[in-house]
Design a protein around this ligand. Sequence first.
Ligand code: PAZ
Length: 312
Amino acid sequence: MSSHWEEFYATHLPPTDFEDNRKLLQEFCERHNRNNERIVLITSGGTTVPLEHNTVRFVDNFSAGTRGAASAEYYLEHGYVVIFMHRLKSLEPFTRHFNGQKFMDMLELHERGPNTTITVKPDSVDVLAPILASYKAAQENGRILYVSFTTVSDYFWLLRAASESLAQFGSRALLFLVAAVSDFYVPANQMPTHKIQSGGTAPNIQLQLVPKLLAPLVNLWVPHAFVVSFKLETDESILITKCREALNKYKHKLVIGNMLQTRRTRVVFVTPENNYELVLSQQQVHNGMEIEEIIVSNVVANHNDYIKIQKY
Ligand code: PAZ
């Protein structure tokens, strides 16, 4: 009998750009593995659950990809190469700093007919320069690969392909699974082809549980990698229990718990040995520090210790 996750792949087609992305992932991983690099796969943003094959409506979640995008920058600083697997149009490393009108406001237009030029305002140079320098270094040295998903099914296909390419890194691979992946979906064979009509009766939409991919990921796809998952809750009283249950069930290395309301300033690390909190002080927030900076340093320290005791 096939397992729930195998059945999912057997009954859901890969996204149309899947083969292209699979090749990009393979090439990126082979190139960096030859150089003995450390690599991190970051999943970021939320998945959608389409309600129709020709999708007009879908179920979504709150995640904007802030944590994933910020963390990618910090992993690059720690010398990792990065696969940034994100929800299309969610926040991305580097450009996240200039969202909305911020970027336009940094520029000055000098209209001189055919010799029109655009410059960065003097007081914005200090802000833009270091970010642009880090962006260029990552881009020009090929240290970051961007691949994107939209639906929960796209996410599943990409995650397996990325994991299979990462396996060659053994313990040098880190999986940092930040994305808010839907727990429920409408299976392809139960989804209407066309737009659900509103004539008269409200539709009765039956959602089913999505398979948990952490089990095959940890046991089959990347058995030697350092796998970190995130758990979001809104009820403080169950946060630690839920994190520990996930760790006991999937036997990976670390669960990072956070509350919806306080996720920008406080997280809890749940490891096989203990739990500990990372908290940003008011002063640190005031100084513009991001919690992802300390999350990433702590994960990197744990990954270092793990690599030291691994054979692979
Ligand atoms: O994208 P964001 O920065 O707004 O939020 C990050 C987060 C809360 C989605 C992440 O920290 C997280 O908890 N991800 C796992 C969610 C879950 O499936 O429980």
